[in-house]
Design a protein around this ligand. Structure first.
Ligand SMILES: Cc1cc2nc3c(=O)[nH]c(=O)nc-3n(C[C@H](O)[C@H](O)[C@H](O)COP(=O)(O)OP(=O)(O)OC[C@H]3O[C@@H](n4cnc5c(N)ncnc54)[C@H](O)[C@@H]3O)c2cc1C
Length: 331
């Protein structure tokens, strides 16, 4: 019998996990709570490091067809001093600004063609346990029995809540506002990726296409950015607000836990503050790594417990490295 894996959450992390597990021959079901078409989500700027991961998932060529904006640097202004930060010394690495709705759609189609079953509008009721193993997911659409469970439900992780798992915070919680704006035409002189920080507050502006841009900002320190002023200064033209929402963010990770057949991917496991522009990269990387570990477990190369501990330790190491990067921008 094929090993049954239930993945909770049809975001980028859940889809990446599902694609890789289906390719490896697992019987994969993804349960998603929302039923309508995906709403606009933040997260369109991607570090060049995402490219090999998209190739591994088999979605890179499809994503490139819509010609996402590419750029080899971010214009950075810290406390009034500007510089251009290239992704690598040779200035050859190129970041991406994707249209998120399209990005998610391409991943979803790939997951379905790889063999994942995706059920939407599913309300999760509980998780029957046997010892330190989850046996099933109990939902309003029936009971889904499983051998492995992957929680990819984002920062408000449903299983962490149900099992009362602890989260370790490595930074203060911050409120980040995300605004997506539509212009008749964006002036060409604007950089595709622009970051500015003053007294601990920061703002990040990213072009999505020649009509749309997103502005993410966090008012953390003594200085308050005004999005309206920022737009007036930089764009000098009328715009329409497509979406505007606040999110509570920080750098955090789940504390070690001992439910052996439960794995976490994406924000449910590790969350970065948006200034890293590596949220999607990390969501996909963790999904690919969960699938890799589960494949090794099923082939008897490591035990379930060893595999789970190895994965959790990898996450802690990854976060530690990112925290070093964070210190460089002095936030
Ligand atoms: C303001 C802001 C700006 C950002 N900017 C960037 C950026 O420029 N670049 C970047 O790479 N990253 C960025 N990020 C981070 C990025 O958005 C996240 O890291 C990424 O979306 C995480 O993906 P995920 O699949 O783990 O979670 P999510 O995208 O949150 O997906 C979780 C899925 O689980 C579903 N779900 C939730 N609860 C349940 C439940 N109970 N049962 C079933 N399903 C459930 C949700 O509906 C959703 O579909 C930003 C984040 C914020 C807040």
């Amino acid at each position: 019998m094929l090993e049954r894996v239930v993945i909770l959450g049809c975001g980028v992390a859940g889809l990446a996990t599902g694609i890789e597990l289906s390719k490896a021959g697992f019987d994969v079901t993804i349960l998603e709570v929302t039923s309508k078409a995906r709403q606009i989500r933040p997260g369109e700027s991607c570090h060049p490091g995402i490219e090999p991961l998209l190739k591994q998932l088999g979605v890179f060529d499809q994503l490139m067809k819509s010609k996402p904006l590419r750029y080899n640097s971010v214009l950075i202004t810290i406390d009034g001093e500007s510089r251009t930060d290239f992704f690598n010394e040779e200035q050859s690495w190129q970041g991406f600004n994707f249209d998120r709705a399209e990005f998610d759609q391409v991943l979803q189609q790939k997951a379905i063609s790889a063999g994942c079953k995706i059920l939407t509008g599913v309300k999760i009721i509980g998780f029957p346990l046997q010892g330190n193993m989850v046996k099933a997911v109990d939902t309003d659409k029936g009971v889904f029995e499983l051998e492995r469970l992957v929680d990819a439900t984002g920062l408000k992780s449903i299983t962490a809540g149900k099992f009362n798992l602890r989260r370790i915070y490595h930074s203060e919680k911050q409120v980040c506002s995300y605004t997506q704006l539509k212009f008749e035409h964006i002036p060409a002189r604007l950089p595709r990726a622009y970051f500015e920080s003053r007294n601990g507050s920061w703002i990040y502006c990213s072009m999505i296409n020649d009509q749309t841009c997103s502005v993410t900002c966090s008012r953390n320190g003594s200085f308050e950015f005004s999005i309206a002023e920022f737009i007036q200064d930089h764009f000098k033209r009328p715009y329409e607000v497509v979406v505007s929402r606040n999110y509570v963010t920080s750098w955090s990770i789940l504390a070690p836990y001992g439910i052996d057949n439960l794995f976490f991917a994406g924000d449910a496991f590790i969350t970065y503050n948006p200034i890293s522009s590596k949220g999607l990269l990390k969501a996909i990387m963790s999904g690919i790594y969960v699938a890799f570990i589960l494949t090794h477990i099923s082939r008897g190369k490591v035990t379930l417990r060893e595999g789970n501990i190895l994965y959790q330790e990898w996450g802690r190491e990854l976060l530690k490295n990112e925290m070093q990067e964070l210190k460089k921008v002095n936030i």
